[in-house]
Design a protein around this ligand. Structure first.
Ligand SMILES: *Cc1c(COP(=O)(O)O)cnc(C)c1O
Length: 362
């Protein structure tokens, strides 16, 4: 630490976020199953929009994101005036913390919740509060019991990463209704498109004035490298977040490619169906090898091993074979590995290798 020049309190408590590993030294032909990316990449229409955008690189982007917000509104049946677009949903999470939480305030996240909630809370000078889950499932009563008059934000990913579990609409509504009056509920729907018929909390946003929903183009739309996400909330919240948002936070390329992607409904349906098929297959294959997982609603499964040592050994075994999965000790799950649902060859390779690993250990 510098003797006289000091950052704001809380900043040095932030543990840097580490993305999923992408390479193994000395191994070619790796399968990356560590970042919940879409194995099929981006939709064709998005790739075409990317190519077209090369002609307007010298132009500043528009500042109101109107065309993208209208497209999102049209597809999901939402009011474009209450949508805000950001550099990934990470930026929306960041705005929410900057806007609503500061020194002395508490920000609730769940035991195995997404690490960005804690990071953004600390960046705002607020105090993150970790609430226990019930066997890797969000526990609404535990969250309510943790609320105080200092609670400003409650972050809940549904389905959750890295557990893959989710709670129902009734539980979400019960949570929203029972929060203290100064607290905002943030429903993170990064994986919502993988759950057929699930509105990610949109109707709860419509019905109340204390619920915000966040969404992303990084997962099912296959655009993690582009960095586009969005939020939907009551007008009073969106009006505040827009004051924090840089006018040019999204590039012309990002805006145009994301718009093409959201309009490709057929791509979404195809990816959701294929994900469900391979997720079921992989979970069953691993269970047959003695590696259980909770029923997952997302594009990954959380494989449970006997203990942390076995999970680590399996991770190393997979890596040697060019299979990169995610260790989740940082999420309080040292005995687990999170495995993204790849394409069929990817799923077969990882299942085969885990079978070998278990065989060798017996
Ligand atoms: C991947 C993920 C996101 C998406 O982050 P982006 O910044 O939009 O890429 C948000 N929340 C959760 C829980 C995630 O797993």
């Amino acid at each position: 630490m510098h003797p006289t020049i000091r950052p704001q309190p809380g900043l040095l408590d932030i543990a840097l976020y580490e993305g999923g590993q992408a390479r193994v030294e000395g191994v070619s032909n790796v399968v990356k199953l560590s970042s919940n990316e879409n194995p099929f990449g981006a939709p064709d229409r998005a790739r075409e929009a990317f190519t077209r955008a090369v002609h307007s690189l010298h132009r500043y982007p528009n500042t109101d994101h109107l065309s993208l917000r209208q497209a999102i509104g049209e597809i999901w049946g939402l009011d474009p005036a209450r949508i805000i677009c950001g550099v990934g949903s990470d930026e929306i999470i960041h705005f929410l913390c900057q806007a609503y939480a500061g020194p002395g305030d508490e920000v609730i996240h769940t035991e195995h919740g997404f690490l960005m909630y804690k990071i953004s809370a600390l960046a705002a000078g607020a105090t993150p509060v970790c609430v226990k889950e019930a066997e890797r499932v969000t526990d609404v009563d535990a969250i309510l019991a943790a609320c105080t008059e200092r609670t400003k934000l409650v972050f809940l990913a549904n389905p959750n990463n890295p557990t893959g579990t989710m709670i129902g609409n009734g539980e979400m509504a019960r949570l929203a209704a029972a929060l203290p009056p100064q607290a905002l509920l943030v429903l993170d729907g990064a994986y919502a498109e993988y759950v057929q018929g699930y509105d990610a909390g949109a109707s709860l946003v419509e019905a109340r004035d204390n619920v915000v929903m966040t969404r992303t183009f990084s997962k099912i739309y296959g655009l993690g490298g582009l960095r586009v996400g969005w939020g939907y909330g009551p007008q009073h919240v969106i009006d505040v977040l827009n004051r924090l948002r840089g006018p040019f936070n999204l590039s012309t390329v990002a805006l145009e490619v994301a718009e093409a992607a959201v309009r490709d409904q057929e791509f979404l349906t195809r990816c959701r169906n294929e994900n469900a098929r391979m997720r079921g297959w992989l979970a069953e294959a691993l269970a047959d090898f003695g590696v259980p997982s909770d029923p997952s609603f997302a594009n990954f499964i959380l494989a449970r091993f006997a203990d942390a040592e076995e999970a680590q050994a399996c991770d190393a075994f997979l890596k040697e074979r060019g299979l990169i999965v995610r260790m989740v000790a940082g999420y309080g799950l040292p005995q687990c590995l999170r495995i993204t649902i790849g394409d069929e060859p990817g799923c077969r390779r990882v299942a085969h290798a885990i079978g070998q690993f278990k065989g060798v250990r017996e």
